[in-house]
Design a protein around this ligand. Structure first.
Ligand code: PGA
Length: 257
């Protein structure tokens, strides 16, 4: 279905200068590559400068933020509003990343408010779900993923789901650990998520939603992951921080998909 979407989640890495240098080099390296949607998600501080650089180079790389608040504006010290991200050229926003859930107490209800706010501002949410190691080992992966998907996407319409929504399956035990889920295991959960989406939104919308895999994606495992029928892209952390590895992941995604 369509083209794979490869997003780099830079987390709390890169100064403005480093981020701008990175994308100016990346734009050169990926010029002419077709059949893949590319996204970079720098920290808030670098978003505006990276947006300008991408525009200047006509890079064909989209911009995403890593988080946002759900209110339009107000007395919420330290938070960033959806309209602010939209204004500087963000197309995507990562919501409910496991690090947000784990360290900043984000619940499915919080993620759900953010999803609705993002869509209201025409930002495309990349909604992250995934089980922790003890949940997998106790056989609860599907139950956990079901709760997160249904909670995070509550009250969405099929039309909203079909209009570009991205879900990222990121098993927590695979994030930053070098321990990638096997392609078969990732496919199994992504397929399960597709089924949940089908129940929620119907077949057409379920097929339109792009379901990424994330967790220690590297150049060497990208093609096999992308070849799975229900894996429509990757959310890449560590390996998106180096131009070489991120470029190779993008190229291998095209080959594998
Ligand atoms: P990783 O991170 O690729 O470094 O495992 C993925 C993520 O957290 O989105």
């Amino acid at each position: 279905m369509g083209t794979p979407i490869i997003a780099g989640n830079w987390k709390m890495f890169k100064t403005v200068g480093e981020a701008v240098n990175f994308v100016s080099e990346l734009a050169v390296r990926v010029a002419g590559i077709k059949g893949v949607e590319m996204v970079v998600c720098p920290p808030f501080t670098a978003l505006a400068a990276v947006a300008g650089q991408l525009r200047d180079q006509g890079a064909g790389i989209a911009l995403g933020a890593q988080n946002m608040y759900w209110e339009d504006e107000g007395a919420y010290t330290g938070e960033v509003a959806p309209g602010m991200l939209k204004e500087i050229g963000c197309r995507y926003v990562i919501l409910g990343h496991s690090e947000r859930r784990q360290y900043f107490g984000e619940t499915d209800a919080v993620v759900n408010k953010k999803v609705h706010a993002a869509l209201a501002h025409e930002l495309i949410p990349i909604v992250c779900v995934g089980e922790r190691l003890e949940e997998r080992e106790s056989g609860n992966t599907e139950e956990v993923v079901r709760r997160q998907v249904e909670g995070s996407l509550a009250e969405l319409t099929a039309r909203q789901a079909a209009a570009g929504l991205v879900v990222a399956y990121e098993p927590v035990w695979a994030i930053g650990t070098g321990r990638t889920a096997s392609a078969a295991d990732a496919q199994q959960v992504n397929k399960f998520i597709r089924g949940l989406l089908r129940n929620l939104f119907g077949e057409a919308a379920a097929q339109a939603v792009r379901i990424q895999y994330g967790g220690s994606v590297k150049p060497g495992n990208t093609a096999e992951l992308m070849a799975q029928p229900d894996i429509d892209g990757a959310l890449v952390g560590g390996a998106s921080l180096e131009v070489d590895s991120f470029t190779d992941i993008i190229k291998n995604a095209v080959v594998g998909y």
